[in-house]
Ligand binder design. Structure first.
Ligand SMILES: Cc1ncc(C[n+]2csc(CCOP(=O)(O)OP(=O)(O)O)c2C)c(N)n1
Length: 267
């Protein structure tokens, strides 16, 4: 089960969410994953094993521990993979969640997307230690720091952490160092970020690097990579069209599932 956050669109897609569902969600349409009742990125799909987050901050950290506890009590082999940003690690619920997961040796992998800014706050202005991993290590779990722009490094580290969780060794923490290549959102011109940061990030572009790796190791050819880019563009255009064409929820539908006694929760 995964609990992605607002920078983890790739995780939603890999887990099986359709591109068109993402657009339906962004446009607040009734056929989107949250049926037009929640913010653009606040989406999940229980059937796909994707938990929705309440805020961008650390609220899913203890929830992930709770789901992992359920897996453990039921003796299921499942593992929870929980994503968050560096800024989330400055919130109280982050610390409480990691602590309980460590004490109870729960099968959860905490994955920090450390893009070195929390909104406009650089790392050294939100923590007196040099990394989020140092915070996690203090709760007594194995930590790994990886180049978050190296797909294979992230994959290997995650596989090791999942194996530990399945083997009953409890939670792990992975810090993926990366770059946020824009402002926090479209309203933010990122004028507080030095140019050198973006230049460094550009050199380490994870998509280009992974594509080159696949081509250099003869997994795909240059022509196949180009065809894949084309296919993705078509899929995005189609998703956008379907998203825009979707119907909005009718007034009363907006309340379905919101309260415990609503029709949807009874069903
Ligand atoms: C409870 C709550 N507090 C504040 C916000 C506003 N907010 C959204 S994202 C964010 C910063 C997140 O920082 P980080 O976890 O580092 O992720 P980033 O967006 O930098 O990748 C803040 C303060 C919020 N959405 N919810």
């Amino acid at each position: 089960m995964i609990f992605p956050s607002h920078r983890d669109l790739g995780a939603f897609l890999v887990r099986g969410m359709k591109t068109e569902s993402v657009f339906l969600q962004y446009f607040g349409r009734r056929d989107g994953p949250m049926r037009g009742r929640d913010g653009n990125m606040h989406m999940g799909d229980w059937k796909l094993g994707i938990g929705a987050f309440v805020s961008h901050m650390a609220d899913t950290i203890p929830v992930a521990a709770g789901v992992a506890l359920a897996f453990k009590v039921r003796r299921q082999e499942n593992v929870v993979l929980c994503y968050f940003g560096d800024g989330a690690s400055s919130r109280g619920d982050w610390h409480e969640g990691l602590n309980i997961a460590a004490i109870m040796r729960l099968p959860v992998v905490y994955l920090c997307v450390n893009n070195q800014y929390a909104y406009s706050t650089p790392l050294d202005k939100q923590m007196a230690v040099a990394s989020v991993a140092e915070r996690a290590a203090g709760y007594g779990m194995p930590v790994e720091s990886v180049d978050g722009n190296d797909a294979m490094a992230v994959y290997s580290s995650t596989q090791r952490a999942i194996a530990r969780a399945r083997g009953g060794e409890g939670p792990s923490f992975i810090e993926c160092w990366t770059y946020r290549m824009t402002g926090h959102g479209s309203h933010d011109d990122a004028s507080y970020v030095p140019d050198a940061f973006f230049e460094e990030g550009k050199k380490k572009d994870p998509i280009r690097r992974f594509s080159e790796l696949l081509q250099d190791s003869d997994v795909i050819s240059g022509a196949e990579a180009a065809a894949m880019d084309e296919r993705i563009l078509v899929e995005v255009e189609e998703g956008l069209r379907k998203g825009e064409a979707g119907a909005l929820p009718e007034g009363p539908e907006g309340l379905l599932g919101v309260y415990a006694d609503s029709e949807e929760s009874k069903a």
